[in-house]
Ligand binder design. Structure first.
Ligand code: AMP
Length: 130
């Protein structure tokens, strides 16, 4: 069971943003910028491009809804999208609110982010999810 499956099973806490029967979204615990969100399929697949094409398409649609909620909740120019997958072997999409290119620098993460601010951000994004 991957760490993300344990989060989805409620065995590890997270700052949940959205979910449906196939996907789950929560804040990255070491965000590159405030509001950095991960979208994860419930199905355990390591590499995102190994997903069934239709499943990947639905993941993109779900990510679009989450990105819209992020943009409503957090002032930003755009929500950036990236896929790394070098650390956690469970496919996921990173969504990051951007004011400038440097806001998407994975070499400079916010370590030990304030839990209260994280909870407030997750709630704000969740309340804008449609
Ligand atoms: P990567 O697999 O390279 O895309 O990186 C995995 C991402 O998952 C990193 O940005 C981590 O900060 C994030 N991450 C790892 N464990 C957790 C967790 N328990 N809760 C939230 N985010 C996590």
């Amino acid at each position: 069971m991957t760490i993300f499956s344990k989060i989805m099973a409620g065995e590890i806490p997270c700052y949940k943003v959205a979910e449906n029967d196939e996907f789950f979204a929560f804040l990255d615990i070491n965000p590159v910028n405030w509001g950095h969100t991960l979208v994860v399929p419930r199905q355990e697949t390591d590499y995102i491009f190994d997903l069934d094409p239709e499943h990947l398409g639905r993941m993109a649609k779900f990510s679009q809804r989450v990105a819209k909620a992020i943009r409503k909740a957090i002032p930003c120019r755009k929500v950036g999208v990236t896929v790394l997958g070098l650390e956690v072997p469970h496919a996921h999409i990173h969504l990051v609110p951007l004011q400038q290119e440097g806001d998407m620098n994975f070499s400079h993460k916010i370590s030990d982010p304030d839990p209260k601010r994280m909870a407030e951000l997750a709630e704000a994004i969740a309340s804008n999810f449609e």
